[in-house]
Design a protein. Structure first.
Lengths: 272, 289
């Protein structure tokens, strides 16, 4: 009896430790969710009552709406650019012996480990110099912001698409070509469908990375042009109340839905 | 046309290799170029009133390393990052292990709940802690409610608050990195250790830990880099008086307009991060090989 109960005790301790870590990770989101339904404006516990009026307040808050629309616009554009130039690069890196291939690979993954603050300052001075050199209004422009975000999307695309290409059986492509398919048809009808999980994951991660980017964007937004994370940060520097919690909760729910939908097509536990 | 695979394949190789060029150019231009310019800026002079003056001087770096205030900021940042990274490893390992080994049909849901906070952004998560830490926040209200304390704890705007916040931000990265590595370790090796008489702790020390070491290293490096460069968490939970390197860099650019000094601090931050990462890497390699 004691022999069989000892390992299960260890099991309980292990699961307990894991549970504590999971709760810890989720705790801030739980607090935000709770606050969003408070009746009173001041975040004092226990709440005097509950209300859903703050969701209307959040949906009517102009900085949040503008920030949301800008973040959406930037994230979609940056993800598309990242996919368009990242997928061919991944194909080339996995399929062909390129001189200095590993070096290219490292370079393409570099923006992922580059601290956002350093990247932001570097791109800021880069935009200053570009504006001086060309006379074009680059600083604080939408184009500049999108390009910067594409830079942090590319590593996700390269990482996830190369991972899904590595296990790919090339003889299937050869079979398609033997049956008369040209290179483009082969790519569209054979290669693309089989790397679809990697592409979906790359699009999701790229999009979310861009949408949530805060540190780098701080340096690159122009006057009157603020992304949602920055709008939330600026609001929080001023005060914390149920309005900002409601706006955050809307964002949490949207992202959770996107993840659960994606998970039906690609098991997220396999791609991260 | 394509019935002769050999030349077709050969022709494609030459051209297809070029597909890597646009992305590489984009990253090189968008990353290495700007960093070179930033470094050049950090060697310029800043004269108040005159803005930035072209020069070739290391005075910005000298200013940082001879001023106790800035050195303290660097030291504080390193201290916070080290504490957060160690706690992340200790807390993250059990969760990563359970996630990697679970047969539960809710596994995907569990993984999603680890990734979701990651996607939600740092400011939102800081908001959650702000709700908890205030003098009438959830933490103080419940501690006072059960009579453990009669005065509210001053957690908001302290180093403790920042550490708690950064750990929560970085823990998912650690868990996901460890989980993917542990999943690659065959279960058989654990069972082999057990059947040869090893207890759970001996199995962990002699089998699981050494095999998981690449993941431990990758996760530690990632969380350390993120902790060193945190911005939103120290700003919101530490307040204006609690300076770390990230907010310091931003302040030099956005408020002081001192680009050369801001550039120098950014470079010091980047170099310190890289050096400490490499040092940790070397120590771990020496101990375990």
């Amino acid at each position: 009896m004691s022999a069989s109960s000892r390992p299960s005790l260890g099991r309980i301790a292990l699961n307990g430790a894991a549970g504590i870590a999971l709760v810890y990770i989720l705790l801030p989101l739980i607090f935000v969710t709770w606050l969003a339904f408070f009746r009173q404006e001041i975040p004092s516990f226990p709440p005097e009552g509950y209300s859903v009026k703050w969701f209307a307040a959040a949906a009517n808050n102009q900085p949040f709406i503008n920030g949301f629309l800008l973040s959406l616009q930037v994230a979609v554009a940056a993800t598309l650019i990242g996919l368009v130039i990242g997928v061919p690069a991944s194909l080339a890196l996995v399929r062909h012996r390129i001189v200095l291939g590993p070096m290219f690979n490292t370079l393409l993954l570099l923006p992922l480990v580059m601290p956002g603050i350093v990247l932001g300052t570097a791109l800021y001075v880069f935009q200053i110099e570009t504006e001086i050199a060309t006379g074009l209004p680059v600083m604080g422009s939408l184009g500049g912001l999108i390009m910067a975000h594409a830079l942090v999307v590319i590593p996700w695309v390269v990482r996830l698409v190369t991972a899904s290409l590595v296990g790919f059986d090339r003889t299937i492509e050869e079979a398609a070509q033997n049956l008369g398919a040209g290179p483009f048809t082969t790519f569209r009808r054979v290669t693309l469908p089989s790397i679809r999980p990697g592409l979906v994951a790359a699009a999701l991660f790229g999009f979310v990375t861009s949408f949530g980017n805060l540190e780098m964007s701080l340096f690159l937004v122009g006057p009157g042009r603020t992304t949602l994370p920055i709008a939330i940060l600026q609001y929080l520097e001023w005060k914390i109340d149920p309005t900002v919690a409601a706006a955050s909760l809307i964002q949490i729910v949207l992202i959770a839905v996107a993840m659960i939908v994606t998970d039906r097509y690609v098991k997220l536990s396999r791609v991260v | 046309m394509s019935t002769a695979p050999e030349p077709v394949a050969g022709a494609r190789t030459g051209l297809a290799g070029l597909l890597v060029v646009p992305a590489t150019l984009f990253v090189a231009l968008g990353l290495l170029g700007p960093i070179a310019i930033l470094f050049r800026y950090s060697l310029n002079q800043f004269i108040p009133g005159q803005f930035m003056v072209d020069g070739l001087t290391i005075e910005n770096y000298v200013k940082f390393f001879t001023d106790a205030y800035y050195l303290n900021v660097l030291l504080r940042t390193v201290r916070v990052a080290v504490v957060c990274t160690i706690v992340c490893l200790i807390m993250g390992f059990p969760l990563a292990y359970v996630l990697a080994r679970t047969q539960s049909r809710f596994k995907n849901l569990l993984i999603i709940s680890v990734i979701l906070p990651l996607f939600v952004g740092n400011a939102v998560r800081a908001a959650g802690w702000m709700t908890a830490f205030g003098s009438k926040g959830a933490l103080n209200a419940s501690l006072m409610g059960i009579g453990l304390i009669d005065q509210p704890l001053e957690i908001m705007f302290t180093e403790t608050a920042v550490v708690i916040g950064i750990i929560a931000v970085n823990l998912p990265f650690m868990v996901l990195t460890l989980q993917s590595v542990i999943e690659g370790i065959p279960r058989n090796v654990e069972e082999a250790a057990f059947s040869l008489g090893a207890g759970p702790s001996a199995m962990f020390r002699r089998v699981l830990w050494p095999l998981a070491l690449p993941g431990v290293l990758a996760g530690t490096i990632l969380t350390f880099i993120l902790a060193m460069n945190a911005y939103a968490t120290p700003v919101l939970l530490g307040g204006p008086k609690f300076q770390t390197m990230g907010p310091l860099v931003y302040g030099q650019f956005a408020q002081q307009n001192n680009w050369p000094f801001g550039g120098a601090i950014a470079f010091i931050l980047m170099t310190a991060t890289i050096l400490l990462t490499v040092a940790a890497h070397l120590i771990v390699q020496r101990r375990y090989r």
